[in-house]
Design a protein around this ligand. Structure first.
Ligand SMILES: Cc1cc2nc3c(=O)[nH]c(=O)nc-3n(C[C@H](O)[C@H](O)[C@H](O)COP(=O)(O)OP(=O)(O)OC[C@H]3O[C@@H](n4cnc5c(N)ncnc54)[C@H](O)[C@@H]3O)c2cc1C
Length: 415
């Protein structure tokens, strides 16, 4: 039997938001890209609502504008995010974070994940240097010093100078390459759905760390909101299965009627919470982007935002190498991406996990500590300024001490 071999400069596994934005960022690179996706093309063209409302930083909005994806998002569904509020327990006093940048009206924007997927797919679908292999199952991935090989279940073999994984936080490509990753199972599940609210939300995103539960309200247009409830998996399953009217009453009870009457407007979706950080983002002729690089807990709303930081960084390095006629799979290039993306993501990954740990532990010392921390943060203007910068640009300011985090760097895995 003859094996069909398809030759590319790079193969990207996964056409989710990260894989698509990455391929789009390489449009003018002259590189021939094979984009492999398990879902079929019809599903990619019309992805279903999945309950995720993505809070985009101003920086991500700029990146999506540059990629042409922004203009394909439905303007009526883009909701401004003006303030982020953190509440602790029953205390009505929270920490409010508003834009600090001059002239900025909002911290960022909310848009449903399926809109991002569809818009990015529309941009890439007819891109001349991209060959979409949709509805394809990967059966093996190997790399050596000269090339990467991706074998599909139908027997076709894709060869390239670089293989890029963009295939979720549980990346099978990363596993095939043999890179270990630290998984942190938070032991909780997040339920998300859209609800209409009686009380105006005033474009304020509220994260409410109550006792035994974490609730969030993400403001959407027309006084709708994405309602987020984090509980033990068994409790989420029960909530998800409640008849709509009982669910609405239960939500009003959990939110202490602060949002007035709440009306369910969508299906309910459940996401088990697992953070993933691999030992390396790169190996021989391999790199990871999106959730395959960093799988964030959604509480700080940074998964896709960091994904765009990574796709942008790797695409720039590849474009420069292609322009200069250098090897796009060279170890020096990949090492640089690994260093840059680790610096951009590790402090946030660790800080997010620390926040989750502190705010979901219900022991009296933890309750006291989080109340005290919020009090300090409320009074200290620099803290709000740092948080504002974080929410708008998705990175910690350069001046912040990172040294204590250095010791927590995951040990490097042999590639
Ligand atoms: C409830 C929730 C709320 C969130 N809120 C925010 C937020 O406010 N802000 C934010 O920035 N981020 C948020 N995120 C994170 C964000 O959704 C993810 O970071 C983003 O979707 C990751 O995109 P991705 O392309 O890396 O991976 P995915 O979206 O997981 O896409 C991966 C793609 O790879 C394909 N694939 C997988 N395996 C294979 C294979 N073996 N072969 C071929 N194809 C394969 C899949 O079919 C899929 O199309 C949230 C996440 C959740 C769960």
């Amino acid at each position: 039997m003859t094996v069909e071999i398809l030759s590319f400069d790079l193969v990207v596994v996964g056409a989710g938001p990260a894989g698509l934005c990455f391929a789009r960022a390489l449009r003018d690179s002259g590189l021939r890209i094979g984009l492999v996706e398990r879902l079929d093309a019809a599903t990619l063209a019309a992805p279903a609502y999945d309950g995720r409302e993505i809070a985009l930083t101003q920086r991500s909005a700029r990146t999506l504008r540059d990629l042409g994806v922004w203009d394909r998002l439905p303007a009526a569904d883009l909701a401004p995010l003006r303030t982020a509020r953190v509440l602790n327990g029953l205390s009505p006093d929270g920490l409010d974070v508003s834009p600090t940048a001059r002239g900025a009206m909002e911290l960022g924007y909310l848009i449903a994940n399926h809109h991002i997927r569809r818009a990015a797919f529309e941009e890439v679908r007819d891109q001349p240097n991209v060959t979409l292999l949709a509805g394809a199952t990967v059966s093996a991935v190997t790399t050596d010093s000269t090339r990467g090989r991706v074998t599909l279940a139908d027997g076709r073999v894709l060869e390239a100078r670089l293989v890029v994984a963009a295939d979720t936080r549980f990346s099978e490509t990363r596993r095939a390459i043999g890179i270990p990753a630290r998984h942190r199972d938070f032991g909780k599940t997040m339920l998300v759905c859209r609800m209409a609210l009686e009380t105006p939300h005033e474009s304020i995103a509220t994260e409410w760390f109550g006792h035994d539960q974490t609730l969030a309200v993400l403001p959407l247009n027309e006084n709708r909101a994405s309602i987020v409830v984090t509980l033990r998996h068994i409790e989420i399953t029960a909530l998800k299965n409640l008849p709509a009217e009982e669910f609405e009453r239960e939500m009003q009870r959990r939110f202490l009627s602060r949002l007035g009457r709440m009306t369910l407007e969508s299906e309910r979706f459940a996401y088990p919470l697992v953070g993933v950080y691999p030992g390396r983002f790169t190996a021989t002729r391999y790199a990871a982007v999106g959730d395959a690089a960093v799988g964030m807990h959604p509480v700080t709303a940074h998964g896709f935002n960091l994904g765009l930081v990574g796709t942008d960084a790797l695409a720039r390095l590849l474009c420069a190498a292609a322009t200069d006629g250098r090897d796009i799979g060279a170890a020096t290039l990949l090492d640089r991406y690994d260093r840059e993306h680790r610096k951009a993501t590790l402090p946030l990954y660790l800080a997010t996990n620390a926040v989750v740990g502190l705010y979901t532990t219900d022991s009296p010392p933890a309750r006291f500590l989080r109340g005290a921390l919020l009090g300090i943060a409320r009074r200290a203007t620099p803290v709000s300024a740092v948080l504002s910068g974080l929410l708008m640009q998705g990175s910690l300011p350069d001046g912040l001490p990172r040294a204590p985090l250095a010791g927590l760097l995951p040990r490097r895995a042999a590639s």
